[in-house]
Design a protein around this ligand. Structure first.
Ligand code: PMP
Length: 361
């Protein structure tokens, strides 16, 4: 069967070798006579998966000793509430950097529980860029500063993160985790839903500095508590075992392909093909993000008319490239080119863009 080029924003393309491996051991996992999805989460098979997945994240992402890696549930959206509930004592407040819809959603959810200061926002410019250092106004003594490292909808990405000194920096890395090397020690907490660079939907990875596990308010729901999750090695209740198992496979694939250093180069080369098609089009394609804020994961652009944008989306689908219709808040086209999107897929899209322009420009 032909595989298509999948440019979906998430759930998204996964490495074919991972899917094949999962398929090959689906009925009988490592000689256990049952599938991993039939195994007890307290059994030796799953416990090994749980442990190894945590270890692989620590190794590949170079997570310092004073951090815990947790597997949570409820998607990144649940973290929008969990972060303020766990971290902020009564009367405390936090700063939010607004760079897109997901950052806004995080801020709005936090406001249900705590006071929030908006330290920067480019909403009035329809989030075409990441704010510069000089535009950020931190409040006095926030408990943490929150940002979204890659804006899935608008196609912008933080290139250098703001220095928050001793104020804990919290990042939603749902759409670019493991796409590049990051100095984890600059962050107090990182979270990411799994359905883009990590695996299928179902697990949310939380990387948290251990000191933040102390003093969590007593009255927050058990399933949102980072301390309970950590004390139980992410096995407080029945975990999303299949998702964690597939994340494990994706991490092995990442490691076998040179880890984050290689992935970073691979992603830069891939995105360059499409940005070159935009920049070389003499204005036929117009990027949504300003150059210095461009995302290497989600590439957003407009065409001269909505009719041409519809024709572009329809024609690419016919040619086996799917998921390219942009989000309604930006319009146009969005190509999501996560880790598992191949160079060939990006090349096929760039060639299509050049040909489409020749025919319609
Ligand atoms: N944050 C970002 C940056 C996202 O892209 C998404 C999903 N597209 C979310 C949060 C929400 O994730 P979930 O659906 O896992 O709650």
């Amino acid at each position: 069967m032909e595989r298509i080029y999948n440019f979906n924003p998430g759930p998204a393309v996964l490495p074919l070798s991972v899917l094949e491996e999962v398929q090959s051991e689906f009925l009988n996992y490592k000689g256990s006579g049952m599938s991993i999805v039939e195994s007890s989460h307290r059994g030796k098979e799953y416990e090994a998966v749980n442990k190894e997945t945590e270890a692989l994240i620590k190794e590949l992402f170079v997570v310092p000793e004073n951090y815990r890696v947790l597997f949570c549930q409820g998607g990144a959206s649940t973290q929008f509430a969990a972060v303020p509930l766990n971290l902020v004592p009564a009367g405390g407040h936090a700063d939010y950097l607004l760079t897109g819809s997901w950052a806004e959603k995080a801020q709005q959810e936090a406001e249900k529980f705590i006071k929030v200061n908006i330290a920067a926002s480019n909403k009035s410019e329809n989030y075409t860029r990441i704010p510069g250092k000089e535009e950020i106004r931190f409040s006095e003594n926030p408990v943490y500063v929150h940002l979204c490292s890659n804006n899935t909808i608008y196609g912008t990405q933080w290139q250098t993160f703001p220095d928050t000194g001793s104020i804990p920096l919290v990042a939603d890395m749902s759409s670019d985790i493991f796409s590049r090397r990051i100095d984890v020690s600059k962050f107090a907490l990182i979270y990411a839903g799994s359905q883009k660079n990590l695996g299928p939907a179902g697990v949310t990875v939380v990387i948290i500095r251990k000191d933040l596990l102390q003093g969590i308010p007593a009255n927050i729901p058990t399933m949102l508590r980072y301390d309970i999750c950590a004390e139980n090695d992410s096995l407080y209740n029945t975990p999303p075992a299949f998702a964690v198992y597939m994340v494990n496979k994706v991490l092995h694939w990442l490691k076998a392909n040179g880890g984050l250093a290689e992935m970073e180069k691979h992603n830069a080369r891939k995105a360059a093909l499409i940005y070159e098609a935009i920049d070389g089009s003499g204005g036929f394609y117009k990027g949504h993000a300003l150059k210095e804020s461009r995302s290497l994961m989600n590439i957003t652009f407009r065409l001269p008319s909505e009719e041409l944008e519809s024709a572009f989306a329809a024609e690419t689908t016919k040619q086996g490239m799917i998921g390219l219709k942009g989000h309604r808040s930006v319009g146009g086209i969005r190509a999501s080119v996560y880790n598992a999107m191949s160079f060939e897929g990006c090349k096929a899209l760039a060639e299509f863009m050049n040909n489409f322009q020749k025919k319609n420009g």
